[in-house]
Design a protein around this ligand. Sequence first.
Ligand code: GLN
Length: 573
Amino acid sequence: MRMLFESVTTNGVTDADRIMERIATSGLDRTDLRLRTTIERLAECGDRPIDFETFAELVGPELRMISRSFQRQLAIPDWEEFYSDIQTIYRNVAPDRGGKNADYIPILRDANPERWGVAVCTVDGQRMRLGDVDVYHSIQSVSKPLNYAHALVLEGADFIHRFVGTEPSGRPFNALDMLPDMRPFNPCVNAGAIMTAGIIASGSPDQDAREITQDVMNLWSRLSGKIGEVRYSEETMLSERATAHTNFAIAYLLQGRKGLPRDVDLHKMLDLYLACCSIEMTTEMLAVAAATLANGGVCPITGEEVLPTEVVKKTLAVMQSAGMYDNAGSFTLEVGLPAKSGVAGAVLVVVPNLMGFATFSPRLDDYGNSVRGVAFCRELVDRFTFHIYDNLSGGHTGCKRDPRASQHDRKERDLSELRWAVAYGDRYATKVRDLMLDCMIDVCLADGEIKEDEITTISTTYAEIMGQPTSRQELERWIDSRRSKNDGRESPNEEQGEAAYSQLLAVLARERSSLDDNGREVILESAFRVACSDGSIEEEERVKLRAIARALGISEGVLELEIARFQRRLLQR
Ligand code: GLN
């Protein structure tokens, strides 16, 4: 307790603002129910000084959460860093104006196409909001996986799958195609979702479609931690029903071919399907719901078990194989995460065991998926190890970032191993050290000569990464030997510098396969530090770093994040 207190203290006292700020920088929200007592008490404190006894009393009832928040023990420990990285991606994607709004009903056609929001919630309830995350919109097909989950709870998998398949369809979401046994392909395309609505409706003969929808809305509300009101849009529902010709065709086909569960009324079935599409939520609410799925059905911010884990497991599997309609295969290939999109422009994505997120941008691609939403997902997995197969043991990820708690201390640990091994002449560690030095020197030599301040930078960078200094003579000897490779001249010209530099790239590319991610990263990082030692990153330096990254097999997206982080630090100074 002392330690916690001291971490927010100067001269033995603290105040409510400092404690609040500490909570906020760990990613927890002031509306978080798990901290309600603390937040309430802090609000009452005003700007009165808080001593140790008051602090202990204040946070006592929620000590576990406070301790995890203060000690960076949440799902993503380095929240501020992660926050800025996501912001970078959010901004990268914003200019993309490809695609167009769904136009089959006025409310979607007339929606502001410029809207762009991204919300994140981790399995520990750390939350992020960027852009239009408070705008209510109909959830449309995002309703499908939850209806499936709801049906699983009510009726069990055996009953459901007598009527609905589990195969990706490879067909547009509203296609009339069925599996050879006449079941619809899966619960995430219209035919399967309509059948799923039929299953739910058939189990509640005494409730009308709107009443059942209310049950589904309550489920959404619990799933999203009750952070906002789940609404229902009568206007959307009426337009949907007036234009649902294809969905009617699908319903009649289902009835004619396979028959409906318990002979449920076809109109009730369709009404329930369309009403669930007309539920309205915000991106922020959807992100929390996604996080509940990522967390095995337990809502991170209320702690309530909303869905059994077994149900969540099945739901995620279906989202993975069919959530993005006929683009689901390539989405899995590229992004590798269970996701579900809706034609109003939402995409809900689950990073199992880590976080959920949702994006909102109304312009859709040819598959009916939000263009910016999909672009965001792609950029995200290009930079972070979130693709399900990014964590193959022993494999290379292109040095993508892993913000997970379990990875947090890894870099330090790996560096200490490297340092220790270098000291005893370990072959691999020495190679990494040598390549690192070559790389730093050649980046400087590339413009012809190596300047005094560049030598200083190389030597500090070396000392920081290797944990011990190198002597000036040793460094000069090393520089000389690099120089002598440049035609043996004392002061090589720019052209020769370039030639040596491309040689370096060739060496890196050749050595790459024998380097692990950590080694690759150390080398790029040293070059990076040298390139920006003058306090800025010029375009030509960027080009050079990109080439080094490429030669080392490091994702350029990761490098871009590093550059953005560097520029952010400059701004903060
Ligand atoms: N209401 C829409 C429909 O049934 C939902 C489709 C979607 O979001 N892809 O056509």
